[in-house]
Structure formats: C-alpha cells, structure tokens
Ligand binder design. Structure first.
Ligand SMILES: [Zn+2]
Length: 140
C-alpha cells in the first residue's frame, strides 16, 4: 500500500534503529536480538537488559502477533495528528518474541470495531511517498 505522510511526522532513524527501518522498506519485520542470551531487545539498545552483553544481531520475525493492549486517541498531543483523530494505537506482541511490545497502528481501513485485547494481527507495510515504509497491523 502507498500513502503520503500527509504532513505527519515520519520516523527518524538513528544508528540503533536504521536496520529496523531498512528492513521495513524491504517489507521485512526484524527485531534486534542479543547475541549472547538470545533475548529480543525492542526498542533497540546498545546493552542487553538481561545479560549486559553489547553484542547483538537482527532477526527477521514472521510478522504475526497478538494485540497486548490498545487505545483510541480522541485528543492527540501533537497538532499534526488532529486530522486523523480518532485513531488507534496498538501494542502488539510478535509471535516468537514474547518480551517485545511493538507500538503502532492498524492499517488504513481496518475494522477498528473488531479490535480488542487478544486480537491476532499480521504486519503490512505502509509505503509512504517519502520513501519510508511503516509497519502497521491487519486484523486476522
Ligand atoms: Zn543478553
């Protein structure tokens, strides 16, 4: 799918998150994983919170998951999001990475009335006209 950012702020990658956004542009969902103890780290971090290792790798995950929590935003904090309100923000636990909560939105046009804690979802990539692909979620 392709959309314009429509004046919305876009993700700003840094040295820690660049591999995540590069993979998203290739329509792959990857997570940083500790090379020592294999625990996923998200958001990406320089040091493992479990074993303190500084070694990490990027692992592709299947792109399916379960809604851990969600909110419907009626009064956005940032004025740029006012035109989109009300909109959803979901926390998704990806299959295979039970310690991770990915924060995002349902894909455009998804039936929000079906959204609930425990809903199963799969990732889709929203290709913006700015050349950035944003992972979003489709209800399954
Ligand atoms: Zn570790």
């Amino acid at each position: 799918m392709q959309s314009s950012s429509g004046g919305l702020p876009l993700p700003q990658a840094d040295e820690l998150t660049q591999p995540y956004w590069d993979a998203a542009t290739a329509h792959k969902l990857v997570l940083q994983r500790c090379s020592q103890c294999r625990l996923f780290r998200h958001p990406p971090a320089k040091i493992c919170a479990s074993c303190y290792s500084e070694e990490s790798e990027w692992a592709e995950v299947e792109g399916r998951g379960t809604v851990y929590s969600y909110v419907i935003v009626y009064q956005p904090l940032l004025p740029a999001f006012q035109s989109r309100a009300p909109y959803d923000v979901v926390q998704v636990t990806p299959d295979g990475a039970p310690n991770v909560r990915l924060i995002g939105n349902l894909a455009e046009g998804e039936p929000r009335e079906r959204l609930q804690v425990g809903s199963t979802v799969e990732v889709v990539f929203d290709d913006t006209s700015d050349g950035i692909s944003i992972p979003r979620w489709r209800l399954t």
